[in-house]
Design a protein around this ligand. Structure first.
Ligand SMILES: NC(=O)c1ccc[n+]([C@@H]2O[C@H](COP(=O)([O-])OP(=O)(O)OC[C@H]3O[C@@H](n4cnc5c(N)ncnc54)[C@H](O)[C@@H]3O)[C@@H](O)[C@H]2O)c1
Length: 265
């Protein structure tokens, strides 16, 4: 049995993780951490079915007491780095689903994991469809040097662009010659209207109520366009990926950036 702690357990993603862990035969929920409803049974709070694990707020105390093998973090961009440091210090492998880690922080967490001889993962997207979208976009970038990314999320999302959009942009830039696209003399009469600039191409973030998670990568040139699009409809769709990550992270050392490294070789 792999002992799993969930931080952000009452959140929209966290509650799906709690349910998945409770239902999985090879996983044991040992700790549920969040900011309120403290002292209440997490199963009772979330699903009206007590599971014997109480919600608590102190990550360090909880990990030390329960000896969790893995902590799954779906909190927010401001919390993930310090949570991961606490987890690694405790010898608990962090799996970070919330976005917000910088490149320097990723390198630092890799060093910390290696010092402790444990694994860790930062996965901006646990969806197989999204990973295929990124892979196909990276391939298309070899043939179409002109590209823009448009990502769509709900209006309460804190960070922009999404971690998936940034990751896609990174893969694209690694697979094309650098090109500063568009008219070099272009001017924004409305600041921000051309989106964020990533290695010469643009990334746009749409935030509207009711949208879950979508992304379109548009390549164009020579009288044609290629659009690669992925739509996520439900948070439960991420859970097979989270479960696989928990199972895999106990078997390697170092901090991995990207779920694709666990499922594609
Ligand atoms: N990797 C993926 O596949 C994937 C998929 C969907 C969402 N996300 C990301 O996951 C994150 C969470 O999304 P959500 O919709 O579940 O958010 P949410 O706001 O519904 O949930 C966040 C939860 O974390 C708790 N929290 C925040 N900081 C905390 C801290 N320091 N200690 C304890 N609890 C804390 C909050 O109280 C809340 O319950 C976002 O960054 C989102 O972009 C990732």
């Amino acid at each position: 049995m792999i002992k799993v702690a969930v931080i952000g357990a009452r959140g929209r993603m966290g509650r799906e993780v709690v349910k998945m862990v409770i239902d999985a035969e090879n996983l044991e929920l040992v700790s549920a951490i969040d900011r309120d409803m403290l002292g209440n049974d997490v199963g009772a709070v979330l699903f009206n079915q007590p599971c014997g694990v109480l919600i608590e707020s102190e990550l360090q105390t909880s990990l030390a007491r329960t000896g969790a093998d893995v902590v799954v973090d779906f909190t927010d961009p401001n919390s993930v780095y310090s949570n991961a440091c606490i987890a690694i210090n405790n010898g608990t492998r962090p799996i970070i689903g919330a976005t917000g880690l910088t490149n320097d922080q990723i390198v630092d967490l890799d060093n910390r994991c290696k010092e402790k001889g444990i694994g860790g993962l930062f996965a901006p997207n646990f969806s197989i469809g999204a990973i295929l979208m990124m892979k196909f976009a990276a391939e298309a970038a070899k043939y179409f040097p002109d590209v823009e990314i448009i990502e769509f999320h709900g209006d309460q999302k804190l960070d922009a662009p999404s971690g998936t959009a940034l990751k896609t942009a990174q893969w694209i830039s690694e697979n094309r010659e650098f090109k500063h696209q568009g008219n070099l003399k272009e001017e924004e009469t409305l600041p921000g209207s051309r989106g964020g600039l990533f290695e010469g191409f643009r990334v746009h973030s749409v935030r509207l109520p009711g949208i879950f998670a979508q992304q379109e990568v548009i390549f164009a040139g020579n009288g044609q366009a290629l659009k690669i699009r992925h739509d996520s409809y439900d948070r439960a769709g991420y859970m097979p990926g989270v479960k696989l990550a928990i199972e895999k992270v106990v078997g390697y050392t170092g901090f991995v950036y990207g779920f694709e490294h666990l499922i594609m070789s």
